[in-house]
Design a protein around this ligand. Structure first.
Ligand SMILES: Nc1ncnc2c1ncn2[C@@H]1O[C@H](COP(=O)(O)OP(=O)(O)OP(=O)(O)O)[C@@H](O)[C@H]1O
Length: 291
């Protein structure tokens, strides 16, 4: 099983959303990480065959997905960023509805629906109206619908957005469980989500693939470039304009700044161990103090 994204480009008027993006994916969980507007949703829609690229192709096991058509849709599961649900539907009715859209046979879908509701922890709620579910429950329902056809390729666009910390942990564990043996791509701009569940990271910025590899390698690349320094509280904001500051903590003794810099920024700065968040800021060039 291999998904090849081959030199994909997509432009909207004068905006290049994706620029010659290429990567080859084997089964595993891939965290598609990048700032807002980096091109994540555009790329995922192209991978799902919903948006046509201006150039380049997607191949599944060596065949272009546009030639595979229905055959490709059968092995694809997709949770869009704003997945449309019907508030007055019950959980069960919604799952039945999606199963019928996917053309699944009745007996198979009956069994599959109860199996999936169990996996996502909604087995007690088949009769609940979707409008009565919490954000986390709704996202779990979104995952369940994307899994109805036992997909080999699972695409999840910002699945943890709007979840509280407890729901986020549950959701991450759920994704780890269901993604085994599949090619799962999960987009987010929340760094901690990918550090827990992704095997590899696809870091995208301005529509281009900036980095592809594991979390460890990404953080190793910024070793010796992350510094901690205590400065006077009044100086902190000025320093954040001049340097990439990944964290600022004001205390009565002064502000403790975490600075990403190729060179030691101040005499008294100490080199510290980088986190994935530091590496992300280093690669995307975003200044923490301005966020
Ligand atoms: N239908 C469209 N028409 C015009 N421009 C678009 C369209 N869809 C996306 N864009 C632009 O293309 C760029 C990439 O957008 P995209 O939604 O793919 O990014 P993203 O990384 O998913 O962002 P976010 O995290 O905010 O969802 C953005 O500048 C966006 O404004």
């Amino acid at each position: 099983m291999v998904l090849d994204i081959d030199k994909i480009s997509k432009r909207y008027k004068d905006k290049i959303a994706i620029n010659r993006f290429s990567v080859s994916l084997l089964p595993g969980v891939y965290g598609l990480l990048g700032p807002n507007g980096a091109g994540k949703t555009t790329l995922l829609r192209i991978v799902c065959g919903l948006t046509r690229p201006d150039s380049g192709s997607i191949f599944y096991d060596g065949k272009p997905i546009h030639d595979l058509g229905e055959q490709y849709r059968k092995i694809l599961g997709y949770l869009p960023q704003n997945f449309g649900y019907y508030p007055n539907f019950t959980v069960q009715r919604y799952m039945e509805y999606i199963a019928s859209l996917k053309g699944l046979n009745r007996n198979f879908s009956k069994r599959k629906i109860s199996e999936l509701l169990e996996i996502v922890g909604l087995q007690e709620a088949p009769k609940a109206k979707i409008s009565s579910l919490s954000g986390g429950m709704r996202q779990r329902l979104g995952i369940a619908q994307s899994m109805l056809n036992d997909p080999d390729v699972l695409i999840l666009d910002e699945p943890t957005v709007g979840l509280d910390p407890t729901e986020r942990v549950k959701f991450r564990n759920l994704i780890s469980t269901i993604s085994q043996g599949k090619i799962t791509i999960l987009s987010t701009h929340i760094v901690s989500d990918v550090s827990y569940i992704a095997d590899d990271i696809l870091l995208v910025q301005h529509g281009e693939l900036q980095y592809f590899g594991d979390v460890q390698q990404l953080t190793t690349a910024v070793e010796g470039k992350v510094w901690e320094v205590l400065v006077e509280n009044q100086q902190a904001n000025k320093i954040a304009q001049d340097y990439m500051v990944s964290n600022m903590h004001h205390t009565p003794q002064g502000a403790i700044l975490r600075i990403i810099s190729d060179h030691k920024p101040f005499q008294q700065a100490k080199a510290i161990t980088p986190t994935l968040e530091d590496a992300y800021l280093f690669h995307t060039g975003e200044r923490g103090g301005e966020l």
